[in-house]
Design a protein around this ligand. Structure first.
Ligand code: PLP
Length: 433
């Protein structure tokens, strides 16, 4: 995996640039190095044998940043908490989709989020972040980071650029009063579960304006809902693209993993933190993700087409008061412009409100026959859940109300079934209210 020139890492044929979906079949893996195996074997090993003590020394020098890399030299394989061939191939392929210099794979989306934040935040720092965010991220930012001296200042995605500006003004004030700094800007867009959008380019402008003594807070973007196909944060100034690979990338609801991608400079501290915290993914899961990547584009296109049909059905249903699907953003809504500039498609996860409250929403959920009642999203099968009582139950009720996570809200992740079958299931379930 680490020998000199690597033709299997070419992304072109002559002048012709190969598309990401094509590269997912073979890029960054050489059958020659693995007994001619078409697919990468699973490197189920904790450690790697050095050819000589000098080689071991050279690998450690690079892994611990004790010297600069020589031309064409790469960090050799040392130990599977530092890296592993399955994950190296996977990281190279994820970096293609994320348009990043380097991707890192983690044991979960939360491992990717927490390790990225630990790499940049220090006691006394302010973390500016969008709301709502996934319940686990919310718990980390709300309950755990304050115990380590990090102050959080959130803004509601629904309030657009104005909300972000107001949060940044508060942050500057806090920084001036306490002689501290903004350590990072964390965005989740579209937001879980409301699909509120956050303008990544605007966050980057604010980050640039905070450049001080060589320190600029990185803009970290949780890209799970639309990534990697329908939104590329690096195109808009995002520094770290964070993804729960558990969702669309894994795509079959059978694994847990995450990734963080960015420039070599930005990802460096995250890689050190991953090695020390031990939050790297495992080879078996890495192998499954390589398999999933081969059909990623097909699955995401199919589920988006299905979601468009299901959303259209729900949007015309008399017992439904709102459908939060990105295609339906009115032209007058500030998110419409952000959507058109930042996203390529609306994806397949969205929420809708039934007329009534929790009782009505529960009746619909309990009556579903084909669609499974489960949290998570991005799988081949369609899932429905109740954010207020499930993924976001930890968010204080007043905040839930403010952020639009109502008791009448049902979240749907549309899979790749025939859309008409999903509509038939929803139709009979909605008859119960
Ligand atoms: C938007 C978002 N980010 C992060 C996560 C966490 O990912 P994982 O469950 O892989 O840790 C989730 C999980 O639901 C999510 O929806």
């Amino acid at each position: 995996m680490n020998t000199g020139k690597k033709p299997y890492k070419s992304r072109t044929i002559g002048d012709h640039e190969l598309a990401p979906e094509t590269l997912m079949m073979g890029y960054a893996f050489s059958p020659e190095l693995s007994e001619g195996s078409l697919k990468p074997p699973i490197f189920q090993t904790s450690t790697f044998v050095f050819q000589s003590a000098e080689e071991g020394k050279a690998f450690f020098e690079l892994a611990y940043g004790l010297r600069e890399k020589e031309e064409a030299e790469e960090i050799g394989l040392i130990y599977s908490r530092i890296n592993n061939p399955n994950l190296e191939v996977l990281e190279d392929r994820l970096a293609v989709w994320d348009k990043a210099e380097k991707s890192l794979v983690f044991a979960s989306g939360m491992a990717a989020i927490s390790t990225s934040l630990w790499a940049y935040l220090r006691p006394g720092d302010v973390l500016v972040h969008s709301e709502p965010i996934y319940g686990g991220s919310e718990y980390l930012i709300h309950n755990i980071l304050p115990e380590f001296g990090v102050t959080r200042i959130g803004f509601n995605a629904e309030d657009g650029a104005k909300g972000m500006d107001a949060a940044m003004k508060k942050a500057r004030h806090h920084v001036a009063e306490n002689g501290s700094r903004v350590g990072a800007i964390f965005l989740e867009t579209p937001a879980n579960p409301t699909n509120g959008l956050v303008d990544i380019a605007h966050a980057r402008e604010l980050s640039d304006s905070l450049l001080n003594n060589g320190h600029r807070p990185p803009v970290m973007v949780d890209n799970t809902f639309l990534g990697p196909l329908w939104q590329t944060p690096t195109d808009h100034g995002g520094d770290l693209t964070i993804t729960s690979l558990t969702k669309y990338v894994g795509g079959h609801s059978d694994l847990i993993a995450g990734s963080s991608s960015g420039s070599l400079e930005m990802i460096g501290p995250v890689q050190v933190m991953r090695t020390i915290l031990g939050t790297i993914g495992d080879p078996q899961t890495g192998w499954m993700l390589l398999r999933s990547l081969e059909t990623l584009k097909l699955r995401m296109e199919a589920s988006t087409e299905g979601a468009r049909k299901v959303a259209a059905y729900l949007n015309s249903h008399e017992k439904i008061s709102a459908v939060w699907y990105l295609d339906y953003l009115p032209n007058t809504h500030p998110d419409r412009e952000v959507f058109e500039r930042q996203c390529l498609a609306p994806g397949s996860t969205f929420s809708f409100e039934v007329k009534g409250g929790e009782a009505e929403a529960f009746r619909v959920l309990n009556a579903l026959q084909l669609i499974k009642l489960a949290v998570s999203l991005g799988g081949t099968e369609t899932l429905a859940s109740h954010p207020a009582a499930m993924t976001h139950s930890d968010v204080p009720p007043a905040d839930r109300e403010r952020l639009g996570i109502k008791d009448s809200l049902i979240r749907l992740s549309v899979g790749v079934e025939k859309p008409e079958d999903l509509i038939a299931d929803l139709a009979q379930a909605l008859e119960t209210i």
